[in-house]
Design a protein around this ligand. Structure first.
Ligand code: COA
Length: 177
């Protein structure tokens, strides 16, 4: 039996964060198919097909949640808006990442999701430190991380963006419980 369960989901005023299911794939493919979404992430390719989203959902369902947990970010009325994931493959340095579809930007949803996810990470996932990195040209994600309590470590790593097909300066941040 798994020590960590992504059910019940994390609830906020406007959102539910829950495990991904196959029915999420069409919305994910449409929203993450936007180059401006993919280009701010390390791993989302461009173009991003339905089969890519279906593969990712299956991948997340096969992961040990003690090591890696991915949530659909679902609006209570509007449906699936994006994804937020914790990667604890390196147990000394778990990382969080997220994306939202463009129609949902600028309304505080990512901040709402990340703040709730960090409460979950401390309480349910049992982590007292979580890292994140945003590409240096991503001011929106910088704002989200600062609002959720992340601090700059001062480290800048070169991280590869599959969509851009190049390494991008990435400003590292850390959150401490
Ligand atoms: C980054 C992203 C998740 C932000 O989502 P969002 O819901 O629009 O963010 P929020 O509304 O919670 O914004 C939080 C803060 O970020 C800042 N911010 C948001 N959008 C911004 C923009 N376009 N430019 C500068 N700052 C911005 C603001 O300080 C804002 O706080 P405020 O509204 O109180 O001023 C979304 O743009 C996205 O998914 N982009 C593509 C993928 C991506 O960048 N993922 C993160 C990889 S590290």
């Amino acid at each position: 039996m798994c020590a960590v369960d992504v059910r019940p989901a994390i609830g906020t005023e406007r959102l539910v964060l829950r495990g991904l299911v196959p029915g999420d794939a069409p919305a994910m493919a449409e929203l993450a198919g936007d180059f401006d979404v993919a280009a701010m992430t390390a791993r989302i390719p461009h173009p991003y097909a339905l089969s890519d989203a279906e593969w990712f959902v299956g991948y997340t369902q096969g992961r040990d949640p003690r090591r890696e947990v991915n949530f659909a970010i679902e609006h209570r009325q509007l449906g699936v808006m994006g994804v937020l994931g914790f990667d604890g493959t390196d147990p000394r340095r778990p990382e969080v990442g997220y994306w939202l579809g463009r129609p949902f930007w600028g309304r505080g949803y990512a901040s709402e999701a990340l703040k709730a996810a960090m409460v979950w990470a401390r309480g349910d996932w049992g982590r007292n430190a979580v890292w994140a990195g945003h590409f240096a040209d991503n001011r929106a994600s910088a704002g989200v991380l600062v609002k959720a309590g992340f601090l700059y470590t001062g480290d800048v790593e070169q991280r590869f963006s599959v969509a851009r097909d190049e390494a991008v300066a990435t400003r590292m941040m850390v959150w401490l419980a």
